[in-house]
Write a protein that binds this ligand. Structure first.
Ligand SMILES: Nc1nc2c(ncn2[C@@H]2O[C@H](COP(=O)(O)OP(=O)(O)OP(=O)(O)O)[C@@H](O)[C@H]2O)c(=O)[nH]1
Ligand SMILES: [Mg+2]
Length: 177
């Protein structure tokens, strides 16, 4: 049976939460997913913004709720409350910003309190150098935990299909539970 988005209740939505330091590109990635144009101008997000998306994957209809959380420290205490109802956490760092990389481990620990590791994606944005290697700052940790990193560049439109395939696969797996 297919539902219209006005008939869907909160329980029908799969929440995808985007987290990371200010300016790593969370809002840009959400806009990229929604096929909205890229903006060079930085406008810090305030609080959280939800985008409800009705999507068809194969024969099935899914309601996704993209949850774009400001990276400002003021909201760091709210992160756990957004993760409580989440199906996926997308943790984003910036290839050009060491602080954002160092914070990923801590975010990962918080996300693991709410979700199994296979529902947490690590994304490196601003991947424009063409260098494949994982940033030195997090290389040891990534290796020791056997984690995968998804390198993307919203600006250069790099890495979107693999990243999206993973989100879709997780949603399909979670919906079967
Ligand atoms: N070079 C480059 N810049 C990017 C890329 N993606 C986003 N940006 C820029 O990075 C800046 C910050 O992007 P936002 O998406 O607003 O960052 P945010 O993580 O949402 O920031 P907060 O809302 O403050 O937490 C903007 O100036 C974007 O144009 C990218 O792939 N490459
Ligand atoms: Mg933002």
């Amino acid at each position: 049976m297919s539902l219209s988005s006005s008939e869907a209740t909160l329980a029908d939505y799969f929440r995808v939460v985007f987290l990371g330091r200010p300016e790593v590109g969370k809002t840009s990635i959400v806009h990229w997913i929604l096929d909205l144009p890229f903006s060079e101008e930085y406008q810090p997000s305030i609080g959280v913004r939800f985008y409800n998306v009705d999507t068809i994957l194969g024969d099935n209809q899914y309601f996704l709720q993209l949850c774009d959380v400001s990276g400002n420290d003021v909201y760091s205490n709210s992160i756990s409350s957004f993760l409580k109802a989440a199906s996926i956490a997308i943790l984003i760092f910036d290839y050009k910003n060491k602080d954002s990389q160092m914070e990923i481990e801590q975010l990962y620990t918080i996300a693991c309190n709410h979700l199994p590791p296979n529902q947490i994606l690590l994304v490196g944005n601003k991947f424009e150098t063409g260098k494949k290697e994982i940033p030195k700052t997090i290389a040891n940790w990534v290796k020791s935990q056997n984690l995968a990193i998804y390198p993307v560049s919203v600006r250069e439109n790099i890495g979107k299909s693999l990243f999206m395939q993973n989100i879709i696969q997780i949603i399909i797996d979670v919906s079967k539970k």
